[in-house]
Design a binder for this molecule. Structure first.
Ligand code: NI
Length: 169
């Protein structure tokens, strides 16, 4: 997992602006991949990460940009991402793009996600995906990651430690 180096991407944010990894230079990036139709995994993760951010002081959260990158760009247009996040997880900025741009971002973070048929979904498909949260430090290099089962308290402690000891903070 530490083999992602300095992950790069070129995507569209939920306001419709083109952004790259360089757009967020100087910020810690909390990066999570998923899709807005996800029934269980994304809501659980986004809720937990929002809870983590909620419990940190403003002096720390202002240094962190939480990003939710879609693995389902056909359905997750910038508008769909905006609606979903602003109503439920307002701390997050949604990123989406063309299929090719999303593929490239997934490869940069070594994220797995692939469409599979799902008769319970209104559009007939699901997109099982990696449920890891990545932390990228302000100079753009991978810092750490948290698996889906990592308790919120542990993430808070980890962030406190990293943000107070990193010389770039
Ligand atoms: Ni999901």
């Amino acid at each position: 997992m530490s083999g992602i180096g300095s992950p790069t991407f070129e995507l569209i944010d939920h306001h419709g602006n083109r952004v790259t990894h360089a757009s967020f230079s100087g910020q810690w990036l909390m990066v999570y991949f998923g899709f807005t139709h996800c029934k269980v995994v994304c809501p659980r993760s986004l809720q937990r990460l929002s809870q983590v951010l909620e419990s940190l002081p403003d002096s720390m959260t202002k240094k962190i940009t939480p990003l939710y990158i879609s693995v389902d760009p056909e359905r997750d247009t910038p508008d769909v991402m905006k609606q979903y996040l602003e109503t439920q997880y307002p701390r997050f900025t949604g990123l989406t793009g063309t299929v090719e741009q999303v593929e490239a971002a997934k490869q940069a973070f070594k994220v797995f996600a692939q469409r599979k048929p799902d008769p319970d979904d209104p559009d007939g498909y699901d997109v099982p995906h990696t449920a890891i949260t990545y932390l990228v430090e302000p100079a753009g290099a991978y810092a750490t990651h948290w698996v889906a089962t990592k308790p919120a308290n542990d993430i808070v402690l980890n962030l406190n430690q990293l943000l107070t000891t990193n010389p770039n903070h």
